[in-house]
Structures are given as C-alpha cells and as structure tokens.
Design a protein around this ligand. Structure first.
Ligand SMILES: *[C@@H]1O[C@H](CO)[C@@H](O)[C@H](O)[C@H]1NC(C)=O
Ligand SMILES: *[C@@H]1O[C@H](CO)[C@@H](O)[C@H](O)[C@H]1NC(C)=O
Ligand SMILES: *[C@@H]1O[C@H](CO)[C@@H](O)[C@H](O)[C@H]1NC(C)=O
Ligand SMILES: *[C@@H]1O[C@H](CO)[C@@H](O)[C@H](O)[C@H]1NC(C)=O
Length: 506
C-alpha cells in the first residue's frame, strides 16, 4: 500500500464509519431529482420528431448528471482531489422524468416506444434502426458509458389483438407507465409496468400486478413506481414473499402534508421494512413535487428537500449491501402489541377532545399542552398514546389524534393513524391543516398504537419552513416510536401510519 492508498483507505473508513456501516459491506448508489423540462403542451398531439426532441432535452441533462454520479471526485480534502474514488454503481431517475405529466391517451402516444421483453433472448435494447427506439438506445449507451445500472421511467406501447384478448383497448395496443433497468453492459435486464396509476388516463393498468426483480453484484433489487408504495402489490409481495431488501423507486410525488410528503413517507417505508429504498422524484416545487432520498434501514444516508431552488439535485451515497431475506418473515405478527398506557400514571391526562379533518379524514384529537404530559386518544378499534417532554412555546399548538377508517380522497386505502401534529396556528380548528413551520422541540417522546396493520413510523421536523428528516429516533420491534434525545429541530409531526391492506376492498 503506498501513501495515497492508505490515505484513501482511511478516508473511506472515516466516511463509512460516519454512516455506521462497514467498509466492505457498502456500495455507492445515486438518485437524481430532475427538474423536468415539460413539453409546450400536452393536450394536442405532437409528431414523433417533436416528442423525441423534447425527451432529448431532458436526456442531455440526465446524461451530464449520470456522468457526474459515475465518476465522483472526492473533494473532502483538496490534497487528494485528483484521486478519483470509483463512483456510483447504480442510478435511479424519476417517474415522468423524460416528458412530464397531464397527457391524454392520444397525446402521450408519440412519446411511447415498444420496449422488448427483457427475457426474450432475441430482444436487443437498441436495434440497428434507432427510429422508434431513440430513448432506449440513449439509455442503453449511457449505462454502458458510465458502467452503471440505470433505472429510468418511460412509456411502453405493446400491440394486442382484440379478437383473442378481451382486455385489449379499442386502439389495438396497451400503453404503460414503465420503469426500465439497463445493466452496465447496456442490456435491458428488467421492465416494470406501474400497477397503481394515479389519475393517469394516458396509461393502462396491467391485467395483473407485475412482481419484478433484478440481480446486481450488490444484491437483489425490486422495482415499483410512485403511488404503488401505498398498496400491497407489488411492494409487500416483493418484500415479504420475494425477500427483496433493496428497492428502486422512480416517483413523481406531489406532497400531501402532514403524512404523505415524499421524504416523510418514503423514509418511513425504508425504516419499517429495514430496506434500502432509492427514491428519485421530479423537481417541480411550484406543483409541490420535490424530495428524493437514499433511504436505508434506520432512516437515510442522503436526502434532499428544497422547495425554493429550481435546480435538480444529484445524490450520491453509500448504502449497506443487504442480502435477501428468506420468505415468510412475517414481521407483522411477530409481536403482540398491547396498549400498556405507557406506565406513567402520574402524568396529567387532558380531556379537551375534538374532531378535525386531516387530508380529508376526520380524526379524533386531544390537545397537547404543558412542558410534559401523557395523552391517549381512541377511534373505533384504534387507540394511541404518547408520553412527552418538550420546550413549550406558547405560539405553537399541538394535537394528538387517531384515525381508523377507509381513506377515500385521491385513492382508496384503509388507514389506522396515530399522530402528534403541530397545528397551523393557535386555533384548534387548524390542527391537520398544512404547515411547515414550528418552534417547539421535543426532547422525549414515546408513542404507541394498537394497530395490527403494517405500521410506518414517520417523524418530520421543520427547518425554517423546509421539511427535515432526523435519524435521532427509534422504531422498536414492539411498534413503539421513541425519541430519547433532543431532535435537531422543532417537530412538525410524529406518526405511526398503519396500512391495513386487508380492509382496502369493501
Ligand atoms: C426548471 O424547470 C422550469 C420549468 O420547465 C424552467 O422554467 C426552469 O428554467 C428550470 N430551472 C432550471 C434551473 O433549470
Ligand atoms: C388476431 O387473432 C385472430 C385469431 O387468432 C387472427 O385470426 C388474427 O389474424 C389476429 N390479428 C392480428 C392483427 O394479428
Ligand atoms: C420530563 O420533565 C419532568 C419535569 O421537568 C422531569 O421530572 C422528567 O424526568 C422528564 N422526563 C423525561 C423522560 O425526560
Ligand atoms: C435506539 O434503540 C437502541 C436499542 O434499544 C438504543 O441503543 C439507542 O440508543 C436508541 N437510539 C435512539 C436515538 O433512541
């Protein structure tokens, strides 16, 4: 080992130690939050040439960022700046990252390409004639040139025959919102058709949910897209039945506060399942779309939330290499969750209960006051409790709430939520209304839920009106969320968001 090698080794150990992972067990990956250049219009059909021109504008920016990700210069210490540490091995790009959104079935058509079945040995990702396959050829070449796995989102069209396929649309082909995965040799190794569409009349729902995985030298990965993350298929099928512990996740996510911000819910998902979740969002803060991350077993190794700057953002960071889990790790039923009232009987219990809507669901709430205390609140079959210590601020009103019911606004899914919320102002009627400002820090918090569903633990802080995540809290195997040291910044919300998939269909 010469001197520079020692230096690199020390530096890498230092960095990896900071992440809490061992040197040999990590891999560097990247996600790119892209400010998508939108086509001038999406209601009138354009020609294929115009569509390609628009997608190439986005692909040029993506190409620049991909090259940056694959060849990271270590700039921590200027003295070794010229020494290149090998870059990211995998890059995830956002959903709708090449053409945007709000298309009709007809106006998206010129943007679509017929994507071959990756399992078909005769298929080639980039035929000699590039016409009609411009995007696929570009991505294939980019993966090869950067020697990375590249995960991108694009539109797939697949011809069908109405006389033998009853689902075949009237115009004789399917149109799918599709993730494609290229390996470092430029080969298409997987594609996935989004199953849970979110108001996307341009696309068809596949007849069955597709459970798609792909192998890399650093573990088995699964893939799904955006709104899929709220449902059983494909996510739970991939994780519980296929044992997948790494997910690539292209998304075009419009934040819905307090519980469904991109950074909040996606990091909660990674913590709940103890997986790596590589989430790439589009960057359109004016539409409330921002927030991407490299989320991992106990929070994040990197994330971005910026609702002011218009620029995209590249994240590169190391994640632990996670081996697949054997099937039937039914973590759901591993614990008997009991409502133990948190064994602090000398705390005062408030009786000021009220109802208020949170994202169109009517919660039962109780106000949270004083420097410290204990609260309990129930709704239907769900009971929630907290014990807390905090630096009280008279301008901040907090409430603790419970919701047990079928959510029906912008999607139908069954929730059991326990949530401690900063209200928008000092009127209790504003509890549950969007806010990104708070001034109260919690130094101690324990929250329990009696839900037997799948609990996603989420903690959101406020950093001068920007959402912030924290790794300084715990979600223990018995379903308790706990904060035992001061959080870095004031608390916006702390929640146990339980999804009861079995009650989705009524
Ligand atoms: C981001 O996208 C918007 C809309 O396409 C565009 O007007 C703006 O110039 C872009 N900003 C940057 C920094 O590229
Ligand atoms: C559709 O299927 C029918 C029945 O097998 C066949 O006769 C017909 O040629 C097919 N049409 C096309 C366009 O492939
Ligand atoms: C909470 O604050 C009270 C009063 O200051 C103190 O007696 C108690 O020890 C604190 N509890 C925790 C868990 O910090
Ligand atoms: C999380 O839990 C572990 C094990 O119980 C404990 O060692 C650690 O201090 C806790 N961390 C935080 C931030 O609460």
């Amino acid at each position: 080992m010469d001197v520079s090698n020692v230096l690199i080794f020390c530096l890498v150990s230092l960095i990896n130690h900071a992440n809490g992972y061992n040197y040999l067990d990590i891999v560097k990956v990247a996600v790119y939050e892209h400010n998508v250049t939108l086509p001038p219009f999406t209601v009138i059909p354009v020609t294929r040439d115009e569509a390609v021109r628009n997608m190439m504008e986005n692909l040029k920016v993506i190409e620049y960022q991909a090259k940056k990700a694959s060849d990271q210069m270590l700039k921590v210490f200027p003295v070794i700046e010229r020494i290149t540490i090998r870059g990211a091995k995998l890059l995830v790009l956002p959903e709708d990252g090449l053409y945007g959104y709000l298309f009709t079935r007809r106006t998206i058509y010129p943007y679509l390409e017929q994507i071959p079945d990756p399992k078909d040995p005769a298929s080639t990702p980039c035929p000699t004639s590039r016409a009609g396959s411009e995007v696929q050829c570009f991505l294939s070449r980019l993966a090869m040139e950067t020697a990375m796995f590249i995960v991108a989102n694009m539109g797939d069209k697949q011809p069908c025959n109405k006389s033998i396929d009853t689902h075949c649309p009237l115009d004789g082909h399917y149109q799918y919102n599709t993730d494609v995965i290229y390996n470092p040799s430029g080969k298409l190794i997987a594609k996935y058709h989004k199953y849970n569409l979110f108001y996307e009349p341009a696309f068809d729902v596949p007849n069955e949910p597709e459970i798609v995985t792909f192998e890399t030298p650093f573990g088995l990965f699964g893939v799904f897209t955006c709104f899929d993350i709220l449902f059983h298929d494909p996510p739970i099928e991939l994780i519980q039945n296929k044992g997948v512990r790494n997910i690539v996740f292209p998304t075009a996510w419009f934040d819905a506060l307090p519980h469904l911000s991109a950074v909040g819910f996606h990091s909660a998902f990674a913590v709940k399942w103890e997986i790596n979740l590589l989430a790439a969002n589009i960057h359109h803060p004016k539409q409330n779309a921002q927030g991407s991350g490299i989320y991992s077993i106990d929070g994040f190794t990197a994330y971005t939330y910026d609702n002011k700057d218009q620029n995209g953002r590249l994240l590169v960071s190391s994640i632990p290499i996670l081996k697949s889990k054997p099937k039937a790790d039914n973590s759901q039923n591993r614990f008997l969750r009991v409502h133990d009232g948190l064994k602090t009987s000398n705390y005062q219990v408030s009786d000021s209960e009220f109802k208020a809507p949170v994202f169109h669901d009517i919660y039962d709430f109780v106000l949270v006051s004083g420097d410290y205390g204990k609260r309990e609140i129930c709704q239907k079959d769900l009971c929630c409790s907290i014990v807390y210590n905090r630096t009280e601020n008279k301008n901040d009103l907090y409430a603790f709430g419970a919701f047990d019911g079928l959510h029906t606004y912008q999607g139908t899914y069954y929730l059991q939520v326990c949530t401690l919320l900063k209200c928008q102002n000092t009127n209790f009627k504003s509890c549950g209304v969007d806010t990104t400002y708070a001034a109260t820090t919690f130094e101690y918090l324990k929250m329990t839920s009696t839900s037997n569903g799948y609990i996603y633990p989420e903690v959101m802080l406020s950093n001068n009106g920007m959402l912030e995540l924290s790794n300084r809290w715990n979600f223990t195997k018995d379903g308790v969320l706990s904060v035992i040291e001061n959080l870095e910044n004031p608390l916006l919300s702390a929640s146990l968001i339980s999804r009861v998939y079995s009650k989705d269909k009524v």
